[in-house]
Design a protein around this ligand. Structure first.
Ligand code: BDR
Ligand code: CA
Length: 313
């Protein structure tokens, strides 16, 4: 089968970095490019981190384009308290030699979607949806050309992780999320409800470290840094490994269960800004605009991740 062409839009972040490694190591996927956005840390750092991670993956062939340095119409909120001051704390990676592509992320997304056959390219946003909304604003014709948007964001049964009602990626740029969810593009959404089942337990981290390769050691160190905040917050063994769920769904959708729903994003209320209102029980009669993932076979997910990481250096 021909590999599935994807663009990953990301704000690395340890879990973004692990998602990038999973994609880079998977022959079923054709990684057309990586675009960066401000989110977990400011844009300069998310872009530097993306370059470090692709270099670690040995994927110098993949263009990396920097995108929006702030949300559409609210000030940027970052998450150094979770990811550390560099966004990738836990292990020191060398300064990358891999050059940044001169194109803006939005221009790259638009150009790629127009050049490629319509309906073939999947967008994988792992951070705030600013670049995707800007691309749709700038070039509305691309909406009909996107095969699917598979994103990490939102939450409903689990509530929020940055406010009681909002998940970080949607909270940071709720207007962008609103524009994406009303764009008519088919969406698969991995909210906290599913990612909170993908826990980096001590045994799973040990299995990755035991791979014995360089990447295994780096990923284990990232996981140990990244999980400490959530372990304390939720009082459990391991933190949720959010963003790799997006890539795992592309590779092995049968590991997940979910439901087609109407999803709306709160943009106005101060109390519930960035809440994803998921009509799980179809009480509104509003049309379906997203496939919402709810559960994951966590052992299957970590088995897949561990196996793929073993193929890297
Ligand atoms: C999301 O926010 C970021 O901290 C993670 O990288 C993930 O994309 C989880 O809420
Ligand atoms: Ca992210």
């Amino acid at each position: 089968m021909k590999p599935l062409p994807i663009i990953i839009d990301t704000d690395p972040g340890q879990d973004d970095a692990i998602a990038l490694l999973l994609a880079a190591a998977s022959p079923e996927l054709e990684l057309l490019g990586v675009t960066t956005v401000a989110g977990n840390v400011p844009l300069a750092l998310t872009t530097l981190n993306a370059r470090k991670v692709l270099e670690l993956a040995g994927r110098r062939d993949v263009p990396i384009c920097a995108g929006a340095d702030r949300p559409l119409d609210v000030p940027l909120v970052t998450a150094e308290h979770v990811h550390g001051d560099t966004g990738l704390n836990g292990v020191e990676l060398p300064e990358p030699t891999l050059a940044l592509d001169p194109r803006h992320a939005v221009a790259f997304i638009v150009q790629t979607l127009r050049e490629r056959e319509a309906g073939t390219v999947t967008l994988c946003p792992l951070g705030p949806l600013t670049n995707i909304a800007l691309a749709l604003r700038q070039a509305p014709d691309i909406a009909a050309r996107i095969r699917r948007i598979v994103l990490m964001g939102g939450g409903f049964f689990e509530g929020g992780n940055v406010t009681p009602s909002a998940e970080f990626n949607i909270y940071v740029d709720p207007q962008a999320a609103h524009e994406v969810f009303t764009s008519g593009v088919p969406i698969t959404m991995a909210p906290l409800d599913v990612t909170h089942e993908a826990l980096t337990t001590a045994a799973r981290i040990e299995a990755i470290r035991a791979l014995g390769n360089r990447v295994g050691g780096v990923v284990a160190a990232w996981m140990e840094f990244f999980e400490r905040f959530d372990e304390q917050k939720y009082g459990q063994d391991g933190g949720p490994l959010h963003d790799p769920c997006v890539i795992a769904w592309l590779l092995r959708p049968e590991l997940f269960t979910g439901r087609d729903c109407n999803v709306r994003v709160e943009t106005l209320s101060e109390l519930t800004r960035g809440m994803t209102v998921i009509d799980w029980w179809s009480v509104t009669g509003l049309p379906v605009n997203a496939q919402v993932l709810r559960h994951v076979d966590a052992d299957g997910f970590f088995g897949l991740l561990t196996e793929r990481l073993s193929a890297l250096q």
